[in-house]
Design a protein around this ligand. Structure first.
Ligand code: HEM
Length: 473
């Protein structure tokens, strides 16, 4: 798809008041949560491709046009910064100290770096992830087998109290715990220490009353793991990252590995849940893709319809820049919205409704210098999770009307708080027959029997689910 540059340097004085006086429309509101398409279309009709909004008390520009979002992501002219010190209002002390997103923005990981700093950290990520994302590598094959085992065991446990039919919350009992279990493995946590890490991740991501305490414990635990990998490297992500960039400090690595917890535990869990919800309740062709056996295609469609990262963390222009109808001043915060961009006729118009393949030009994984580096891993986890679920259950139905599904109230994430369903088990519990692309992974000898490792993983699944049930309000 050819995209014309949509942003240009300012040549004239702004013909409108500054952002601070314009941003009266709260981003997070009832329509944004339950009917986002309606909300974004209203903004588009009123303001065009970029709209001034209030993000939990802080004014920001929300970019909702597809070509504009892509242009800013690609940043071919190098005018966009992700460094927090580019934020003019923050430098001038106008950002409230208790602004809810500030702790996440102040972590100072690769998300908020530019230039050589960013290149160095991204180099560590891409080399570190390679053994887990290249499906010809041993680690990738082992990881796929582990994901299948966790998925199968979670399904067995969630359905073991009833007969062939029953009720469950697929978010709390399946979509969220599954990726969390994978984090411990990627980190190379010692087997006995995995449970505590998983539970603290759960408490932190749930943002309940003990979230701050859990986050503190978790950071300390992640730092201890990273420190240990410096002297005793293993076959895990932090060790591979150190091998790729040997001057990586423990602090830097700890910040990136804390980000990993959010990326795998939260974002990937959200994509799993959103994909399942689209298959069960959506009318966007995701179900057709599943029926046709095209699981990665179903995941791609769900990423377009419900991108987990609906709106991205802020960027700031280094110079005044015109976007759509507005002149964005240097240092104004800009939030890109893949969710809204996917609804822009400039994007939807490129798709033919009856095509069996959806567009690959979507922005759910970002693009340009900050594009997602874990896309293949997240897709593999989601694909296996969905494959196992629809293999083991012959019937899955929403337990409440689709328009009453409880969506999270978040300016950035689009995900469900719970996914209550009624289920019917398939006749014979199937053991996973195929790799995520619909064929066996090269060299995959198939599901393992109950080796000691598999038995330990089974009991981990049971312990974690029990703890999660106990922690439900
Ligand atoms: C469904 C799950 C995921 C989604 C929707 C997602 C989406 C994204 C998006 C939209 C960006 C670009 C952010 C921006 O431009 O502001 C991004 C960046 C990134 N993602 Fe993902 N991601 C997911 C999972 C993962 C996983 C599992 C990993 C690693 C294990 C990962 C690693 C990264 C990294 C390293 C970056 C680059 C950070 C930077 O350079 O700023 N992601 N992701």
């Amino acid at each position: 798809m050819r995209v014309e540059p949509q942003t240009s340097h300012a040549e004239t004085a702004p013909a409108h008041p500054p952002l601070e006086s314009l941003a009266v429309q709260p981003l997070v509101n009832r329509d944004y949560e339950s009917r986002p398409a309606l909300f974004y279309e209203r903004l588009r009709a009123e303001y065009g491709p970029v709209a001034p909004v209030d993000v939990l008390g802080v004014p920001a520009w929300l970019v909702i046009g597809y070509p504009q979002t892509l242009d800013i992501l690609r940043d071919t002219r190098g005018i966009w910064s992700k460094r927090l010190d580019s934020w003019r209002a923050r430098r001038e002390g106008r950002v409230p100290a208790d602004w809810p997103l500030l702790p996440a923005f102040e972590i100072d990981n690769s998300v908020f770096r530019d230039g050589p700093d960013l290149t160095r950290l991204r180099g560590a990520w891409s080399e570190g992830l390679r053994p887990f994302q290249d499906r010809t590598r041993t680690q990738a094959k082992e990881l796929e087998r582990a994901i299948r085992r966790y998925a199968d065991e979670l399904i067995t446990v969630l359905s073991e109290n009833g007969g062939r039919t029953g009720w469950t919350d697929l978010s709390a009992q399946y979509a969220r715990p599954l990726p969390l279990m994978i984090v411990g493995r990627l980190l190379g946590a010692e087997p006995g220490r995995g449970d505590d890490i998983i539970m603290d991740m759960w408490r932190m991501l749930d943002a309940g009353p003990d979230a701050a305490e859990a986050a503190g414990r978790l950071t300390a635990e992640v730092a201890a793991i990273c420190q240990a990998k410096l002297t005793a490297p293993g076959e895990d992500l932090p060790s591979y990252m150190i091998a790729a960039v040997p001057d990586l400090t423990v602090d830097e690595l700890t910040r990136e590995m804390t980000m990993l917890i959010g990326l795998v535990g939260d974002y990937t869990g959200t994509l799993v849940c959103n994909t399942i919800a689209e298959v069960i309740a959506g009318d966007t062709g995701v179900r057709d893709s599943i029926s046709a056996g095209m699981l990665p295609e179903a995941v791609n469609r769900a990423a377009i319809t419900s991108p987990p990262m609906a709106n991205l963390t802020f960027r700031w222009p280094k110079t005044d820049v015109r976007v759509g109808r507005f002149l964005i001043a240097a240092g104004d915060p800009v939030m890109l919205s893949p969710a809204a961009a996917h609804l822009d006729p400039a994007f939807t118009g490129t798709m033919t409704p009856d095509s069996i393949y959806s567009s690959r030009a979507h922005l759910a994984w970002g693009a340009g210098p900050h594009a997602c580096l874990g896309r293949d891993l997240a897709t593999t986890i989601t694909t296996i999770a969905v494959e196992r679920l629809f293999e083991r259950f012959s019937g899955l139905r929403l337990a409440l009307p689709a328009d009453q599904l409880p969506w999270r109230s978040s300016p950035m994430m689009r995900g469900l708080r719970s996914l209550p369903v009624t289920y019917e088990l398939a006749d014979e519990p199937q053991r996973s027959p195929a790799g995520p692309a619909g064929g066996p992974a090269a060299g995959d000898a198939g599901p393992e029997a109950d080796t000691p490792v598999a038995a330990e993983q089974k009991s981990l699944v049971r312990r974690v689910l029990r703890m999660m049930r106990l922690s439900q309000p």
